[in-house]
Design a protein. Structure first.
Length: 342
């Protein structure tokens, strides 16, 4: 069995502990400043505490019912998503004063008739409409956000504002999970949803596209065929702690020139997979299993701060058909399986 080592993840455990120690002494003052509308009393200290955990993190505080919420988020940056998730795992229990989130949540102002100041214009959120078009080859949608204010904005500003409006309606996680493409248009929608109607439309997508597996048949850039089974909803958003990719490449004696049919080795490969899944349990995910050129690769994702990779390295499987190779590396964006994403 052979493997390659990868760089260690950013050491954040001590910084996360330090954040929550600081927070216990600061939370009352932050709440008082929020109540008084004085964010200058806590902004710099909170920014410093968050940045010490990871420079890619962002934060926001706001009202949540009768109390307040603290959000520490990766803001769509995959390299800091797992840190935000670990931060949340270490959070104290919610109470009447504070709740905690690792992603921006849908904002109830969307359905309240509130307005935003965009490009010097007051934009009523109820005036914004969204058109959705489902992708034919996967469970995602193309979204077009419509409002006349976009005519006054440059292209990059249009996209940023459109994304902000979707996050207000859906929250960060559902925006990233379901929106595969985004356009901002100053033209009115022929048939569009209001921002308040958008969550119900996304919930319907979720019901129609549950987590499942699908067969993949394709070719590599060199023309060689590839076949496998992948999850239909390949998204690191659903597994934010699983930022480490463990590729387990298992050779077999193919019985066809294409290198896909394992012949008598098929039963052994299935038994290998069953044992692998039992070995990692709930501490890892195997979202894709790909065969090509007489090698079956199990793409496994796990928490880089856990012990799954070492457990796999120490596994004495006794594979008879050649050397099993293991490659371990950080991959918070799940790039290793992006080519197989529906």
């Amino acid at each position: 069995m052979f493997w390659k080592k990868s760089p260690a993840p950013v050491a954040t455990a001590d910084a996360i502990v330090a954040f929550w120690v600081w927070w216990q002494s600061a939370r009352a003052e932050v709440a008082a400043a929020l109540s008084a509308g004085d964010d200058g009393r806590y902004g710099q200290a909170l920014s410093s505490a968050v940045q010490r955990m990871h420079p890619g993190l962002e934060w926001e505080v706001g009202r949540a019912g009768d109390g307040y919420r603290l959000v520490v988020t990766a803001a769509g940056a995959p390299e800091s998503r797992s840190t935000a998730a670990r931060w949340l795992l270490a959070a104290p229990r919610e109470d009447s004063a504070w709740s905690y989130f690792a992603a921006r949540q849908p904002d109830p102002v969307v359905g309240s008739g509130a307005t935003l100041d965009i490009a010097g214009q007051r934009v009523g959120l109820s005036e914004v409409t969204v058109s959705l078009r489902e992708w034919e080859d996967g469970p995602r949608v193309e979204a077009t956000v419509h409002h006349r204010v976009f005519a006054a904005l440059a292209a990059e500003e249009r996209t940023a504002v459109a994304h902000l409006l979707l996050v207000l309606a859906l929250g960060e996680e559902d925006t990233e999970r379901w929106i595969g493409g985004l356009t901002a248009s100053p033209e009115p929608a022929v048939e569009g949803l209001t921002l308040a109607e958008l969550p119900a439309a996304v919930a319907e997508l979720d019901e129609r596209h549950p987590h499942a597996h699908a067969l993949v048949n394709g070719v590599r850039p060199d023309g060689r065929p590839v076949m496998g089974i992948v999850q239909t909803r390949l998204s690191p958003v659903d597994r934010p702690l699983f930022d480490q990719h463990i590729a387990i490449a298992v050779p077999y004696r193919a019985t066809t020139p294409a290198g896909l049919n394992p012949g008598p080795a098929g039963e052994r490969l299935r038994a290998f997979e069953d044992t692998l899944l039992e070995l990692v349990g709930d501490e890892a995910e195997v979202p894709a299993v790909i065969s090509a050129d007489g090698v079956r690769t199990f793409h496994c994702y796990a928490d880089a701060t856990g012990g799954v990779a070492e457990r796999i390295r120490g596994w004495r499987h006794g594979w008879p058909d050649g050397r099993v190779r293991i490659d371990v590396r950080l991959d918070p964006q799940w790039q290793a399986v992006s080519a197989y994403r529906p």
